[in-house]
Write a protein of this length. Structure first.
Length: 165
């Protein structure tokens, strides 16, 4: 059943505000605060998201879709090394600006968004390695593990990932 127009607006507002709150304060923010800031009742949030984890996962899936879109664009670039570095800087900046990505990423394990991100990162890494731009002893999974550290020190991490010249 399709949502009424007001319900769609409320849902969009809840997701927007929840994303802002989780980005700013991490997962400690309460559903009551999100509802208050979104201008909806507590019950409105829980009708759509039966648990706080469900709300966090919905926010994260949307944020991952944005990161995946950037990864797809990077995969379309012919210059594998710079494309990988641009993507890596982008995802590191996303993590730096959004505590929820670091604290809640386990809640989206196995989702299509997370699986697509992993596949795209693996391909970006393989392309950069084939171009001689990235160390051969690093996997896509290693790169994703390094992202939270790279959020604070992207250039240092990139320096460590580059192939020796």
């Amino acid at each position: 059943m399709a949502l009424r127009a007001d319900a769609r607006r409320n849902l969009a507002r809840v997701l927007e505000v929840a994303g802002e709150c989780f980005a700013e304060r991490g997962l400690d923010v309460s559903v009551d605060e999100i509802a208050r800031r979104a201008g909806v009742g507590h019950g409105t949030v829980f009708r759509r998201f039966p648990t706080k984890d469900a709300l966090v996962a919905a926010v994260l899936r949307e944020q991952l879709r944005e990161v995946v879109a950037f990864a797809r664009e990077a995969l379309e670039r012919p210059d594998a090394g710079p494309a990988f570095e641009a993507f890596f800087r982008h995802i590191a900046a996303s993590y730096e600006q959004n505590r929820c990505l670091i604290e809640g990423v386990d809640l989206v394990a196995g989702t299509p968004e997370k699986e697509e991100l992993v596949a795209n990162v693996r391909e970006l890494v393989a392309r950069a390695q084939a171009a001689g731009e990235l160390r051969r002893d690093v996997s896509g999974d290693d790169v994703l593990t390094l992202v939270p550290t790279a959020a604070r020190f992207p250039e240092i991490v990139l320096d460590g990932l580059r192939a020796g010249k």
